[in-house]
Design a protein around this ligand. Structure first.
Ligand SMILES: Cc1cc2nc3c(=O)[nH]c(=O)nc-3n(C[C@H](O)[C@H](O)[C@H](O)COP(=O)(O)OP(=O)(O)OC[C@H]3O[C@@H](n4cnc5c(N)ncnc54)[C@H](O)[C@@H]3O)c2cc1C
Length: 390
């Protein structure tokens, strides 16, 4: 096999690409990973120091085995690299008892989560507002909350996860071509050709994990059902940091008002920054990954504080100590999209974000590796774009 020839080429080495390259390298497959930058970087969807992971996800049962497998892989990676990738802090998901609010496209999110935990035997507790306040004085409840508490939820460090998988992939023989942009992918006979800013490559299979750059590369139904949205992350000062230390504070998802956008999620202080990280989500304003405002304005942080944080997080002030902007790639039904790229049967595109992708990334990377190397079903059927045509 020539230097630019491989069994599999992975385009894009963020959350999903790094996981796929790592899994392929583990199997001894000749794999080349290509990225336009040098991941981990802060230009796509996998930066900002922390990501929530939880098991009984209300987004759908289809994700649960993928997340469970991801937890096993991160644990193996922590052992093999000595790096801290996951903090087991527990997770609290709260919403109004009446269940009126949707989250990630799913109504009555808290009860859906509880039902999934029961069906999958996932360790959890159900709490009311009084019990939440008694255990977690940092959360100032209103009285009508229903809460789901999951001990195995926690915080992933996205940059470290990407780094660890790329490092291990390299050690296992993968080739990584960084700061090289893929310009064109085409099928020629049984092979796929990948043209980049620096050369040309050939492989039997290509996995395209280009994150927020994917919608503009693709076409047809896939492109029509994907949108790229800028999201702002805020770290607010706290006068009571002991309330937000990871040994007493879980990750939290809190739907608190009557509208779907009356919502925040946040983290205990694990990232060394002198503030509590919180964020909300916006689904109105689209952007492109090469042209969006990376600076979070003071008014944006103030609005986030006024609508979501004030009166809810004890000891958190409106002073912003840090902020960042990051990109969601969201599908029409908030589910993942994994399907052939421009009808090329040997090229699989993965846009597995919709704001809840990271926790799945290690396990989905393993499934992508299975797709690329065997004829066995890789468990990707649920993510096909055909569902949008029905
Ligand atoms: C603010 C925010 C908060 C989130 N919170 C959570 C959370 O709490 N829990 C959770 O599970 N998920 C969360 N997510 C979602 C999760 O982070 C994403 O699903 C995941 O990071 C997406 O990874 P990706 O590999 O698709 O994209 P990326 O990590 O962006 O990787 C894409 C890569 O492709 C490369 N690339 C693109 N085009 C080319 C090209 N032409 N040539 C070469 N390389 C190319 C890019 O340089 C990039 O490195 C959040 C996302 C955001 C933005």
């Amino acid at each position: 096999m020539g230097a630019n020839t491989a069994d599999v080429i992975v385009v894009g080495l963020g959350a999903f690409g790094s996981a796929t390259v790592y899994q392929l390298a583990r199997q001894g497959v000749k794999v080349i990973g290509i990225d336009q930058y040098a991941p981990p970087h802060d230009r796509g969807s996998s930066h900002g120091s922390t990501r929530i992971t939880r098991l009984a996800v209300g987004e759908g049962e289809v994700y649960i085995p993928i997340i469970k497998r991801s937890h096993e892989i991160w644990s193996e990676l922590e052992a093999s690299t000595g790096q801290k990738l996951y903090y087991k802090t527990g997770g609290l998901i709260m919403g109004p008892q009446d269940g009126t609010i949707s989250h990630h496209g799913k109504p009555d999110f808290v009860r859906r989560t509880i039902a999934n935990a029961e069906r999958w035997g996932i360790d959890h507790e159900v709490l009311d507002a009084v019990e939440v306040s008694a255990r977690y004085p940092q959360f100032q409840t209103r009285g009508d909350e229903l809460a789901y508490l999951e001990p195995d939820s926690g915080v992933l460090v996205p940059e470290a996860c990407v780094q660890a998988q790329l490092q291990q992939a390299l050690a296992l023989g993968a080739e990584l071509r960084l700061n090289e942009k893929v310009l064109y992918i085409s099928e020629e006979g049984a092979n796929v050709k990948v043209r980049t800013s620096l050369g040309e490559y050939s492989a039997a299979k290509v996995v395209l994990t280009a994150g927020p750059w994917l919608p503009a590369m693709t076409g047809g139904t896939m492109q029509m059902n994907l949108r790229v949205l800028r999201q702002a992350l805020h770290w607010f000062e706290t006068t009571r940091p002991f309330l937000y230390s990871p040994d007493v504070c879980p990750i939290f998802i809190w739907m608190h008002g009557s509208r779907d956008q009356d919502y925040m999620y946040g983290f205990p202080m694990v990232d060394g920054k002198p503030g509590v990280k919180v964020a909300s989500e916006q689904y109105e304003t689209e952007c492109t990954p090469d042209d969006f405002d990376r600076v979070v304005g003071a008014e944006e942080s103030q609005e986030m504080f006024d609508i979501n944080v004030a009166g809810r997080l004890a000891g958190v002030t409106s002073k912003t100590v840090h902020s960042a902007a990051c990109l969601y790639t969201v599908s029409s039904d908030s589910g993942f999209v994994v399907d052939t790229y421009r009808d090329m049967e040997n090229v699989m595109a993965v846009s597995a974000c919709s704001g809840h992708g990271f926790k799945n990334s290690a396990g989905l990377g393993e499934r992508m590796a299975r797709w690329a190397t065997t004829r066995e079903p890789a468990g990707l059927e649920h993510f096909r774009v055909a569902r949008f045509n029905t």
